[in-house]
Design a binder for this molecule. Structure first.
Ligand SMILES: [Mn+2]
Length: 318
């Protein structure tokens, strides 16, 4: 039987998606955290990996402590192991929230910036996790310089909160080639909110991205990764769409929009096409937010603006 792992990062509990009415319940990330916990339990995952910035720095602790403890308790009851590393947002709060003596199923890896290796067994299959946690808010050097691990026959999964191939980053600048020089079969990273496309090559190096899209900068599909470990050479990874909010951009040629009705139909057609193209990924999406870019030549751009304002108001109420 394979080991089933759910992996995500950058939940930023305490934040809400922008561009939506503030009173809308599910746009707060704490709800997505609880849905992640339920997903792990209902789909019988063996372990949950969290790659840092689980708690948002600006809203930390007060908003986060309740939902985190509720989630950790549910995971403990379900006997699901949790492996966490701290990011630049939660380097100093995780240890306050996670009193590990209370939760023997929760493991904060690599505290104080010291790499740590932990093995985990489920379904008679053993997996090795190697992780490093942010020790402070800024980290100007590459944490991989401190990593020493032996090769192993065990499937090895690395957890790291870092910024790839950006040498002057304040958030643990790491080179992809350095990641690949260590005996790790899959690197699961945190910090970047846009999920990576799952690569063909091995080892895997990827960002799960935020499971809950927070702003128009975080477009497209968002959700955790399902990592199925059959053996060292047989690791499958797929992304599960989970975010209740999805942001998209539409570019619409308005050259032939002679009146408001034509413009409205153009906008509708583009929205419907986008929904059709992404149908299978929209099951969990409650709010689709569009950035609409109008282009083309039109004799009365003032009219276009006026019509567009009416159309926008009509949609906002949906
Ligand atoms: Mn970060």
């Amino acid at each position: 039987m394979p080991v089933k792992i759910l992996a995500t990062g950058d939940i930023h509990i305490g934040k809400k998606s922008s561009g939506l009415p503030a009173e809308t319940e599910e746009i707060a990330t704490k709800h997505t955290w609880m849905r992640l916990v339920d997903l792990a339990i209902n789909n019988q995952f063996d372990a949950l990996l969290l790659t840092g910035d689980i708690v948002d720095r600006d809203n930390r602790y007060f908003e986060a402590i309740g939902p985190l403890q509720t989630g950790f308790n549910k995971l403990k009851t379900a006997e699901i192991a949790v492996f966490i590393i701290a990011g630049n947002h939660d380097f100093d709060v995780l240890k306050q929230v996670v009193n590990t003596s209370e939760y023997d199923n929760i493991h904060v890896l690599g505290a104080k910036g010291n790499w740590e290796v932990k093995s985990f067994t489920a379904n008679e299959e053993e997996v090795r996790f190697v992780g490093w946690s942010f020790p402070k808010r800024y980290m100007h050097t590459d944490p991989l310089e401190q990593l020493e691990i032996n090769g192993s026959d065990l499937p090895t999964i690395g957890l790291l909160h870092a910024e790839l191939d950006t040498p002057d980053s304040r958030y643990a600048p790491v080179k992809t080639e350095n990641l690949l020089s260590h005996p790790v079969d899959a690197w699961i990273l945190g910090h970047i909110h846009k999920p990576s496309a799952i690569p063909e090559h091995r080892p895997f190096v990827l960002y799960p991205g935020s499971p809950h899209a927070l702003s128009a900068k975080e477009q497209g599909k968002h959700g955790p990764l399902q990592i199925t470990v059959e053996s060292k050479n047989d690791i499958r990874i797929e992304q599960i769409p989970l975010s209740p909010v999805r942001y998209e951009t539409l570019s619409i040629d308005i050259s032939n929009a002679r009146d408001e009705e034509i413009l409205r139909k153009l906008v509708m057609d583009n929205i419907n096409r986008c929904k059709e193209q992404n149908k299978t990924e929209l099951a969990e999406v409650r709010h689709l937010v569009f950035d609409i870019i109008l282009y083309g030549e039109h004799p009365a751009s003032n009219d276009i603006e006026k019509w567009m304002a009416t159309i926008r108001d009509d949609f906002y109420l949906v």
